[in-house]
Design a protein. Structure first.
Length: 294
């Protein structure tokens, strides 16, 4: 990820540094603070600029890029390639990917959201219902998948729950803010009446589930949240937590585009089912069905 300093962000946006500091204070520009220093992710600045463009009345948005933004999933990544869809994947996390999609930048978004106060809630459905920019969207089921804690083979710390992770000060690898796995972690902490700052988190943040697995295999972390499929592929043990819906959101007009139709048709193929069984932790019984239309 490319990060700009305040001076570099000012030059990129063609503003004075003083104006950048004013916007930071007002909370109107995307930024983050690291060791007392403001940094500006270029990708977030680009998204912020694109989403704030004013268009004359009657002017249509350009066609979205042939990209599925949002959450990373090994089976989805494989299906995008093997289906011949021509679609790329941009793993930003569920919330960031949905935001990119809502801004018209990508053709679809892959999401697995979680409500803080209700682990059984269908947060994907609730988010789509309440998103004012998605009144013409359709949500297609990709799968239900098993999420939980990845641990080293043999589970040396004998972890079994988020409470064990907290009490035993297990080093836990984090996912980015807004990623589905991070939302699940926050929900688990909420139900355990615990807080994020009570965990022994390790840096840097892991963008995807396989990055969590790598951190554990390298000995940098003891645990982290990802899917059973990721654990199986990495030869790690898995502590199951929840089965969650993993869905694809797209515009109704884009649903009929050849790229998405190729992908949806592939969901009914024997190869797709076989791959899901091979990875493990997937329920593909509803793959390709319409779950919600706005």
């Amino acid at each position: 990820m490319q990060l700009f300093t305040t001076a570099e962000a000012a030059a990129y946006l063609r503003l004075k540094e003083r104006k950048i500091y004013e916007m930071v204070a007002e909370g109107t520009v995307p930024c983050t603070k690291v060791t007392g220093r403001w940094l500006f992710p270029k990708v977030e600045l680009d998204h912020w600029l694109a989403s704030s463009i004013s268009r004359p009345a009657g002017t249509a948005r350009p066609d979205p890029a042939p990209i599925v933004s949002g959450s990373h999933d090994p089976l989805l990544e494989w299906a995008l390639r093997e289906s011949g869809s021509g679609l790329a994947t941009l793993p930003l996390g569920s919330e960031a990917g949905l935001s990119r999609f809502a801004a018209g930048e990508t053709m679809a978004a892959a999401i697995h959201l979680h409500a803080l106060d209700d682990l059984d809630a269908d947060a994907n459905m609730d988010s789509l219902r309440n998103h004012n920019e998605l009144q013409d969207a359709v949500m297609i089921a990709f799968c239900r998948r098993e999420q939980g804690f990845l641990v080293a083979a043999g589970n040396p710390l004998k972890l079994g729950s988020i409470e064990d992770v907290r009490k035993k000060r297990a080093r836990i690898a984090m996912r980015p803010k807004g990623a589905g796995a991070q939302l699940l972690l926050l929900a688990l902490l909420h139900h355990a009446d615990a807080a994020l700052d009570q965990l022994a988190s390790v840096a840097p943040v892991c963008p995807t589930g396989p990055d969590i697995a790598q951190a554990i295999r390298a000995g940098r972390a003891d645990t982290g949240i990802a899917t059973r499929g990721v654990a199986n592929a990495a030869g790690l043990d898995f502590i199951p937590t929840i089965w969650e819906p993993f869905d694809l959101v797209m515009r109704q007009r884009d649903y009929f585009r050849p790229a998405l139709q190729s992908l949806l048709k592939f969901f009914h193929s024997p190869d797709f089912s076989a791959r899901g069984r091979e990875l493990g932790g997937y329920d593909l019984s509803a793959a390709g069905t319409v779950r919600f239309v706005n």
